[in-house]
Design a protein around this ligand. Structure first.
Ligand SMILES: Cc1cc2nc3c(=O)[nH]c(=O)nc-3n(C[C@H](O)[C@H](O)[C@H](O)COP(=O)(O)O)c2cc1C
Length: 200
């Protein structure tokens, strides 16, 4: 698939079929993730792939609870797009356990100051990997969504999965065959958000 087409049609997919994900496809996505840039090429990301049905059920419970907690405090959105996102996000929260593959992107808990100077946050070296993963999935016809709400229950989730304390969750990405079709998502006009040479 053309790279630009993959980029333009990669969007949040939260409804999946029961079809399993081929191991080969999963590894293609992971290799694409690992190919992403990182500061000093330190490659800080660790990937924790959850496929075991019992563990997925436990992660699903934690995710649902985290999402419920979030909806209690999130500002209410009444616009059509906001309502659609909420309905779709709620569907994922209710069905995460049934998604065939759940990938955690983990990052080390490190300060972004080195010798007192700001060299950029660690997550700047992790999210490119997440997006590469999602783009590779799209190229293979697989759906993903970058999610972070599980951080509401981060400690319990890391404990469940046996992850040492020095790691934190950058993202949880469900991976599966989409129930719907890929499309180009609505976005603000980039020309209105761009200035040249000086801020305007
Ligand atoms: C940093 C970040 C955190 C997100 N967290 C969640 C999440 O916890 N749950 C969820 O369902 N979607 C989450 N999303 C997905 C966004 O809601 C989605 O990317 C946005 O609504 C645009 O969707 P679209 O590309 O389909 O238009 C997150 C996206 C980003 C970039």
């Amino acid at each position: 698939m053309d790279a630009l087409e993959a980029i333009m049609t990669t969007r949040a997919i939260r409804r999946f079929t029961d079809e399993p994900v081929a191991d080969e496809d999963l590894w293609t996505c992971l290799r694409a993730a690992q190919q992403a840039p990182s500061g000093g090429n330190v490659q800080p990301t660790r990937y924790l792939v959850v496929t075991d049905p019992d563990l997925r059920a436990e992660v699903g419970k934690l995710y649902r609870s985290a999402f419920t907690r979030y909806t209690e405090v999130a500002p209410e959105r009444t616009d059509a797009a906001g309502v659609r996102i909420e309905r779709s996000a709620n569907h994922l929260a209710e069905h995460l356990a049934t998604v065939p593959v759940i990938v955690f992107f983990l990052m080390p808990r490190l300060p972004s100051l080195v010798q007192g100077i700001d060299i950029g946050p660690v997550h700047a070296s992790v999210y490119p990997a997440v997006q590469n993963f999602c783009l590779a999935a799209r190229a293979l016809g697989l759906g993903t969504t970058l999610t972070t709400v599980i951080r509401v229950h981060q400690a319990e989730t890391l404990d469940l999965l046996g992850v040492p304390d020095r790691w934190e969750i950058a993202a949880l990405v469900p991976l599966g065959h989409p129930a719907g079709k890929f499309s180009v998502a609505a976005r603000r006009d980039v020309a209105e958000l761009t200035s040249f040479n000086r801020w305007s």
